[in-house]
Design a protein around this ligand. Structure first.
Ligand code: BES
Ligand code: MN
Ligand code: ZN
Length: 489
């Protein structure tokens, strides 16, 4: 789908989107196509007040216009970037529903606002992987691909809008990369294949280093190796580096379990095990963020670390009760092989802190089912040992509509995860929810003095049907947050 900006479209082809402020106050373009007030009357009958994100479709209200979408803009004062993006997403959905091929969005918005609206429209216009379908069902609305080909957005200064939008197009491409990777089935995307996809970022100027199973063993990343042992497809550790500025890097670490069966502590089949192909959603967010940051040539130094493994049961798999010496030197008793995410992250965090000299380190992971029970929608869990870093993440999370809720690094968890035989154990089944134990477990692998935050995004890797910025598919959660955190515009 093409997005462009123009003072006015050359011809009014296809669908036309016009806007109405709260209280049904018409914008200029609305008034222009409604000289006799018929549309306005119809809106009144429909109880359409012009609230932000409301949309209404009219077919053939005034020839030669065949399709008109009226979009509510809400209150002018409340039209911030977050709101504009959501309105853009709602407009896209309406255009898809009426199967428009071309559309003109004539909302009389200044260039910066037009660019934000375009960004929301683009994010919602993501088309989930269709390459595995050989046939379509023309009678099933959900099985028919949307047909929208081009959208022209009117604004008094199209050059300024296009310049503002350019960076956002790169961020959207990063989000789409994360969504595509999350949606890929486990048989197609194992650790090695994921690493190959990371290598593709070299064309954007990202330095990519891949540690294979031999290098992982030599480096002493034994927790990562232990999680990957049960699979025929060995683990990988990937380092991505974008050097857009001097100084110490922001380090982003992602859990990349390409499929999580639970291992020997195998999951029950009523746990929707197929959704565990998305257990690399954290790693997808990190690679997507680097795609975005490199694409827009950010003046920032950012590293991404992907801890990639497949968690499978087999005769080689690690067992409950095994003791493993981690990269950091701490020994870990593996109580439950399904608590594998914290194991791969523990090694990745300790390795990143020791080798990359981070200015700050943030990990992101589909880590615990319990965080979903504790927080529900729409928040992911945030833990941090540094209030400044936590504060920045919370602010960006609001603007980027990837909401976080801060939870405490409860000290009593240290007692919970004491092992009888080793320094620490990987889960406790104690009084506090498992997401707290997991976060506290990770904190033990972060050296003193390193600013660190942990995002538990379990459940957020899939978008709901009513998400204004994504279709019902993989969400790409975390990309926009990390891109904003990196800054350097
Ligand atoms: N990948 C899962 C967590 C998860 C659950 C992600 C639901 C997305 C949706 C993780 O590896 C896991 O299995 N966690 C266990 C931990 C337990 C064994 C201590 C869990 O949450 O049940
Ligand atoms: Mn698991
Ligand atoms: Zn997992």
């Amino acid at each position: 789908m093409r997005i462009s900006f123009a003072v006015r479209p050359s011809t009014l082809r296809g669908a036309v989107v016009v806007g109405v402020w709260q209280g049904r106050r018409p914008t200029g373009a609305f008034a222009a196509i409604d000289p006799h007030g018929r549309l306005k009357k119809a809106l009144k009958r429909l109880d359409f007040d012009g609230e932000a994100e409301e949309t209404e479709l009219f077919l053939a209200p005034a020839l030669p216009l065949t399709t008109v979408v009226v979009a509510g803009l809400g209150k002018k004062k409340k039209l911030d970037p977050t709101q504009l993006r959501r309105i853009g997403g709602c407009i896209l959905e309406e255009l898809d529903d009426c199967r428009a091929i071309n559309a003109t969005v004539a909302l009389d918005l200044p260039p910066a606002q037009a660019a934000e609206l375009a960004y929301g429209l683009r994010l919602k216009a993501y088309r989930p992987l269709a390459k595995y379908r050989t046939k379509r069902d023309p009678d099933d609305e959900d099985d028919v691909l949307p047909v929208l080909e081009s959208v022209v957005i009117t604004t008094p200064d199209p050059q300024a809008a296009a310049a503002r939008y350019a960076a956002r197009e790169h961020i959207a491409q990063g989000v789409f990369l994360a969504r595509d990777l999350t949606d890929e089935p486990g048989n197609v995307l194992g650790p090695a294949e994921f690493a190959d996809r990371a290598r593709l970022l070299e064309s954007l100027g990202v330095e990519v280093t891949v540690l294979d199973e031999t290098a992982i063993a030599e480096a002493g990343l034994n927790l990562l190796a232990a999680v990957g042992r049960g699979s025929n497809r060995p683990p990988r550790l990937v380092l991505l580096r974008w050097r857009g500025a001097a100084g110490r890097p922001l380090v982003l670490v992602g859990k990349g379990v390409t499929f999580d069966s639970g291992g020997i502590s195998i999951k029950f089949d009523d746990e929707d095990m197929d959704a565990m192909k998305g257990d690399m959603g954290g790693a997808a967010a990190v690679i997507g963020a680097l795609r975005a940051i490199a694409g827009r040539k950010a003046k920032a130094h950012v590293c991404g670390v992907l801890a990639l493994a497949e968690n499978m049961p087999s005769g080689r798999a690690q067992r409950p009760g095994d003791v493993v010496r981690s990269y950091s030197g701490l020994t870990v008793e593996v109580i439950d092989t399904d608590a594998e995410g914290r194991l791969v992250l523990a090694d990745a965090l300790a390795w990143a802190a020791a080798t990359l000299g981070p200015k700050a380190m943030v990990d992101i992971a589909t880590l615990t089912g319990s965080v979903e029970e504790v927080l529900g929608d729409p928040h992911a869990g945030l833990y941090a040992n540094d209030d400044g870093l936590a504060g920045r993440l919370l602010i960006h999370s609001r603007v980027e509509a990837e909401p976080l809720w801060r939870l405490p690094l409860t000290e009593s968890c240290d007692e919970d995860v004491k092992s009888d035989i080793a320094d620490i154990k990987n889960c406790a089944w104690g009084e506090v929810p498992d997401n707290d134990d997991a976060a506290r477990f990770l904190s033990r692998f972060v050296p003193e003095g390193v600013a660190w935050a942990h995002i538990d995004m379990a459940g957020k890797e899939w978008a709901d049907e009513d998400d204004p910025l994504a279709p019902e598919a993989a969400s790409g959660f975390g990309v926009r947050l990390f891109d904003a955190l990196a800054g350097g515009t």
